[in-house]
Write a protein that binds this ligand. Structure first.
Ligand SMILES: Cc1cc2nc3c(=O)[nH]c(=O)nc-3n(C[C@H](O)[C@H](O)[C@H](O)COP(=O)(O)OP(=O)(O)OC[C@H]3O[C@@H](n4cnc5c(N)ncnc54)[C@H](O)[C@@H]3O)c2cc1C
Length: 463
């Protein structure tokens, strides 16, 4: 295969271990070994590498920002295409759109958009890559007003698994675009650019955090249920639950933080939106922080460098008055106090936009396990953390439907839970159309049997 200079590192090469490790942001990684890791320089590089890999029979895996905690970018025997260098935000002010590179991170996009006077529902964490985020669905800032980010994708530049360049547009390729809006790690092409609809202007963001004790969970939940019925566009209310006492100490050994983030025309407008939180116990006098635009907000958030991470997800239709006490009970059993459960309203669906991203409930419940792999010192630490995240979201009566961006896809049958049967059929049809030979890894492929069993073929990969 063509070696893109020193950017492609093969398994026997010096630097392979570091190139492989750098594919994932989590310090915990499955043992899968790609045959080679290629840091692509530009879009033509992707075309050349894909064609060369096809000639030599190597399957492809794709990495934009490396946040898949199921490590869908890390596949045994593959050529791992690392797209981090395909970054940038090019605004077209006449059309109100921007072309985004898939390797652009949330913090890079927020800074570039603020500077150009436009906004976009970027993800909540600074380091997430826009490629994987937009394909998964994109639950971003101010989703109540701006919607799921994937619904703003109007065109895609794709390199197919046989090395062709395609531009998928809303007009000509509506079905493939609908699949790209939510297929996540089952999308059957390499996305090298995304055109998205922007929001005019840059809001002033003001944030207020209120921490309440476990004993107030039902009362806080009831107040937030009332607030949610009022649907205040521009006010995002989320709840984080964390353990504060001994593991297994019950709901009283855990606390809730209610985060109100207001996106106002100016600081005064944002503060008026935040006043809705005054109904919560202890809210009077809680300080608010003015962040300016999205870039300031994103920059103030914690980073997770060096940490091991795991996540799992469920949708819920339960009132928060009933949900929050259960969430507290779940975090009270978390192995570390850094682990958390996030409760957020599902992004509203735009009826006129077709997408396979389809929230399976009114509320998104995400369990994030965080641990220090060195300090934990236990080889089975990941198993314990994954089991906790799973237990936190599989309890009845949460929905069995999940968000493909945060669900634990290493569990059998999990990818299927992320789609309705009809949408899964659409994803499979898109694969049949764009990648009939299964050259690109998909999250529906089990890692120990690389080709789809449904096709009745087997394919021997490197261990
Ligand atoms: C700390 C943390 C915070 C998060 N916060 C949010 C959040 O606020 N909102 C939210 O919606 N999600 C969030 N997520 C989930 C995140 O959006 C998904 O994991 C997403 O897939 C990450 O994208 P990535 O490019 O960084 O990851 P990657 O691991 O690079 O990509 C994941 C998979 O997507 C596919 N893919 C990625 N890029 C391409 C491409 N260019 N072409 C084709 N396929 C591609 C590949 O199959 C790849 O394996 C968070 C995850 C973490 C770990």
């Amino acid at each position: 295969m063509r070696d893109a200079g020193s950017r492609t590192v093969h398994r026997a090469d010096v630097g392979y271990a570091e190139a492989r490790r750098a594919l994932s942001v989590s310090a915990h990684q499955p043992p899968h070994a790609p045959a080679a890791v290629a840091r692509v320089a530009d879009e033509q590089d992707v075309v050349d590498l894909v064609r060369a890999a096809r000639r030599t029979g190597l399957r492809l895996a794709v990495r934009s920002g490396g946040h898949s905690l199921s490590a869908t970018h890390l596949r045994p025997g593959s050529l791992a295409l690392d797209l981090r260098a395909l970054r940038g935000v090019h605004v077209d002010p006449h059309r109100g759109t921007a072309r985004l590179g898939p390797g652009t991170t949330v913090e890079q996009a927020a800074a570039l958009l603020d500077g150009s006077g436009w906004s976009f529902p970027v993800g909540h964490v600074p380091t997430v890559g826009l490629g994987g985020y937009l394909l998964a669905g994109g639950h971003g800032w101010n989703a109540g007003a701006w919607g799921a980010a994937c619904e703003r994708v109007v065109a895609l530049d794709v390199v197919t698994a046989d090395g062709r360049r395609l531009r998928l547009t809303r007009e000509a390729d509506a079905e493939l675009l609908a699949v790209a809006r939510g297929a996540g790690p089952t999308f059957p092409g390499v996305v090298v650019g995304l055109e998205v609809r922007l929001v005019p202007g840059v809001p002033t963001v003001v944030r207020r955090l209120l921490t309440v004790g476990g004993e107030d969970a039902a009362e806080v939940g009831a107040a937030l249920d009332t607030l949610r019925t009022e649907r205040l566009p521009g006010l995002e209310v989320t709840v984080f639950a964390r353990r504060t006492g001994p593991c297994g100490g019950g709901p009283r050994a855990a606390s809730l933080t209610v985060a109100g983030t207001a996106f106002g025309a100016d600081a005064e407008h944002a503060r008026r939106l935040l006043a809705a939180l005054d109904v919560l116990p202890g809210a009077q006098g809680a300080a608010a922080t003015v962040h300016g635009g999205l870039a300031g907000l994103v920059a103030a958030l914690p980073r997770h460098d060096g940490e091991a991470l795991w996540s799992d997800h469920a949708w819920s239709d339960r009132p928060w008055a009933a949900l929050l006490p259960d969430v507290l009970a779940a975090v009270a059993a978390a192995p570390t106090t850094r682990s958390s459960v996030l409760v957020t309203p599902a992004p509203p669906r735009e009826a006129t936009v077709d997408a396979v991203h389809r929230p399976g409930g009114a509320t998104s419940v995400s369990a994030y396990a965080h641990w220090d792999p060195v300090a934990s010192g236990r080889p089975d630490a990941a198993t314990a953390h994954a089991a906790w995240a799973r237990a936190a979201v599989v309890r009845e009566p949460l929905s069995p439907a999940r968000y493909v961006g945060e669900a634990d896809l290493t569990l059998p049958g999990r990818v299927q839970e992320c789609f309705t049967p009809e949408d899964l059929a659409r994803v499979r049809a898109a694969r049949e159309h764009l990648d009939p030979d299964r050259h690109l890894w998909s999250a529906v492929d089990p890692t120990d049997a690389p080709l789809d069993e449904e096709r009745g073929t087997t394919h021997q990969e490197e261990p």
